[in-house]
Ligand binder design. Structure first.
Ligand SMILES: C[S@@+](CC[C@H](N)C(=O)[O-])C[C@H]1O[C@@H](n2cnc3c(N)ncnc32)[C@H](O)[C@@H]1O
Ligand code: SF4
Length: 397
């Protein structure tokens, strides 16, 4: 496996039906990249490719680099008990799934920790039974408990966060979390065997920080026994004071919005990362056969890895396409385009239909503001994860 794209045929071979659904989503993403709709009466539901559902603000871990519950996390505001009462009901989510199903978007359930949403299992089953691609991003600490049902209900993908081999992982994510995840993998594998099923596709997501980057190969070695389908190295979401200040001013001026989410990613866990060393480690990992593909997001020119971490004001991706094909529904029903920075509210699904909000005046105002920006991107979006996944590479990166 030399390039990220090489993962596609491997996954296709093993999961044909699911791959077709994934491909359909990617085709729509490709379409809006070539032809973003500037007609503001356009029905954007036609290109809806990916819907994130942030199901709950609650989490059982306190991972240090996390924008929600980490060192500078925005959930540490003392209002969490109140916030948790605002979650969307299962019944309303089911109506939303019925509404978006004709567009066949990929769905992605996350949080907080999605297993703390009381009706996760029922919601996940409903989405799968509707025929939609259904991924869950979890810290993996509840997998053992729910393994039998996850496999029986044929979840499409689980992306489990694991950042390093035991000691370093647990220093970042909490004592005992590594072993809980390993027991979860064992339970899923046992169930797959007993139930004679390939599902779900099982992957690790490793967030690269200055705490774990020198030890990524230890985790890669350990992962040989997990029977994974993919291992993703996420180069991380970072920012600094200057970028936060630029974004604050911009969002106030152009969209009359006060922002407080971006600052939570000003964690400093990018500082001191030696790009050459990280590149050598990733190269070594990509060239080895661990029994499953390894991919790095964003894929970068190896010579520019240092810039990615050290010069956060250097653009790496441009032309954000998120508002033309994706959206995030926050735990309280607010819809946003930016999953990690839920400041600008498009509307609330408890009060309006998905379509009304997605095609609505506030959504179009946001789209227009992006179009008007140099490079098709707001000034604070320099390391936004969604843009790293789907934005256009800046020349050289
Ligand atoms: C916020 S978590 C929510 C889902 C679940 N609680 C989990 O940990 O997987 C979503 C993903 O973001 C990753 N993450 C945390 N902090 C990050 C950061 N600063 N940059 C990029 N990704 C980060 C997590 O490791 C996880 O894979
Ligand atoms: S488990 Fe996920 S949401 Fe919870 S603190 Fe860790 S990264 Fe954040």
């Amino acid at each position: 496996m030399k390039k990220n794209i090489d993962v596609v045929p491997l996954i296709f071979k093993k999961f044909k039906g699911l791959s077709a659904k994934m491909l359909y989503g990617f085709t729509k993403i490709g379409k809006v990249r070539v032809l973003p709709k500037r007609d503001y009466h356009y029905n954007h539901m036609k290109n809806l490719a990916l819907v994130y559902f942030n199901l709950t603000p609650l989490c059982n871990l306190r991972c240090k680099m996390c924008g929600q519950w980490g060192d500078r996390g925005k959930m540490k505001n003392g209002r969490i008990a109140e916030e948790a009462k605002t979650i969307v009901s299962l019944e309303r989510y089911k109506q939303i799934i019925d509404e978006i199903a004709p567009s066949h978007p990929v769905t992605y359930l996350w949080g907080g920790e999605p297993f703390l949403y009381p009706d996760l299992m029922s919601l996940a089953k409903y989405i799968v039974d509707k025929g939609l691609y259904m991924s869950v991003n979890t810290n993996g600490t509840y997998l053992e408990q729910y393994a039998e049902q996850i496999v029986r209900d044929r979840w499409s993908t689980i992306f489990v966060s694991l950042d390093a081999f035991e000691e370093t992982n647990d220093a970042m994510r909490g004592r005992g979390s590594y072993q809980k995840v390993v027991r979860g993998f064992e339970a899923i594998n046992r169930e797959k065997k007993q139930q004679g099923s390939n599902y779900p596709i099982m992957g690790i997501v490793t967030t690269v920080t200055n705490q774990n980057y020198l030890m990524l190969d230890e985790l890669a070695e350990a992962s040989r026994s997990f029977n994974l389908d993919v291992h993703i190295f996420n180069l991380g979401t970072y920012t600094n004071d200057n970028i936060v200040a630029m974004q604050k001013q911009f969002m106030k001026e152009k969209l009359d919005t006060d922002i407080d989410c971006l600052a939570a990613y000003n964690t400093g866990y990018n500082l001191g990362i030696d790009g050459e060393k990280l590149n050598a480690i990733l190269k070594n990992i990509h060239n080895k056969d661990y029994g499953h593909p390894m991919i790095t997001v964003p894929s970068l020119n190896p010579k520019k890895i240092h810039t990615y971490y050290a010069d956060l004001e250097t653009p790496v991706r441009r032309h954000c396409i998120v508002p033309w094909c994706q959206t995030d529904i926050n735990y309280n029903g607010d819809m946003h385009f930016c999953a990690d920075y839920p400041d600008y509210i498009l509307g609330n699904i408890k009060e309006q239909s998905f379509t009304e909000i997605y095609n609505g005046e506030r959504a179009n105002r946001f789209r227009k503001a992006i179009h008007a920006c140099k490079g098709g991107m707001f000034p604070g979006c320099l390391r936004c994860y969604q843009n790293m996944l789907f934005g256009m590479k800046v020349k050289g990166f």
